[in-house]
Design a protein around this ligand. Structure first.
Ligand code: ADP
Length: 162
């Protein structure tokens, strides 16, 4: 069974990577989908985000069954086009749940053959988001516990403005 994990990943965090690793234990194939969202202003380009994700997943045990794609339009349509029958998302708090519930229900309305699987964030990452990384990094705070080591230097220097 193939699943996709859609998101913005601006940049990928240890929380995202944990969801990817767990999903890769449940599904035969996991496609990480960088979804184009015209309403979101991203700090990292699509190509940069794609490269950073690829660098981070390379060391996972199931790396050979994990890939990264860039998609646009409706997530369910994209999922269908690549033969994915599940959409994986993560939940850190009740506020995430409210948003994810709406998304999942809308996606079910559009295509009820594609199931949304909501994975609960690991407690140590439940505060972690790309926004938190950016806020701390821009102010030159320590983000080493938040982003995978493979991309720490790139993310830190870009955020610090070098
Ligand atoms: P989006 O803009 O689609 O919310 P994100 O890249 O912010 O994209 O997040 C993608 C998915 O990963 C979302 O379902 C989000 O809830 C989940 N996620 C983000 N950070 C974490 C984390 N620390 N632990 C678990 N899930 C997370």
């Amino acid at each position: 069974m193939k699943a996709c994990y859609p998101g913005t990943f601006d940049p990928i965090t240890k929380g995202h990577l944990d969801i990817i690793e767990r999903a890769s234990r449940m599904f035969d194939e996991v496609v990480i989908l960088i979804m184009r969202n015209p309403n979101k202003k991203c700090l990292f380009s699509e190509a940069e985000r794609r490269q950073m994700i690829a660098d981070c997943v390379a060391s996972l045990p199931n790396a050979d069954r994990i890939s990264v794609e860039i998609g646009s339009g409706l997530t369910v349509e994209y999922a269908k086009s690549i033969g994915a029958s599940a959409i994986v998302r993560g939940i850190r708090a009740v506020s995430d749940y409210e948003y994810e519930l709406l998304q999942a229900t809308a996606n079910m309305y559009l295509n009820d053959r594609i199931e949304t699987m909501l994975l609960i964030a690991r407690p140590e990452y439940s505060f972690l988001s790309s926004s938190v990384v950016k806020e701390i990094g821009v102010n030159r705070g320590d983000i080493s516990g938040m982003v995978p080591p493979e991309i720490l230097e790139k993310v830190s220097s870009q955020l610090a403005g070098n």
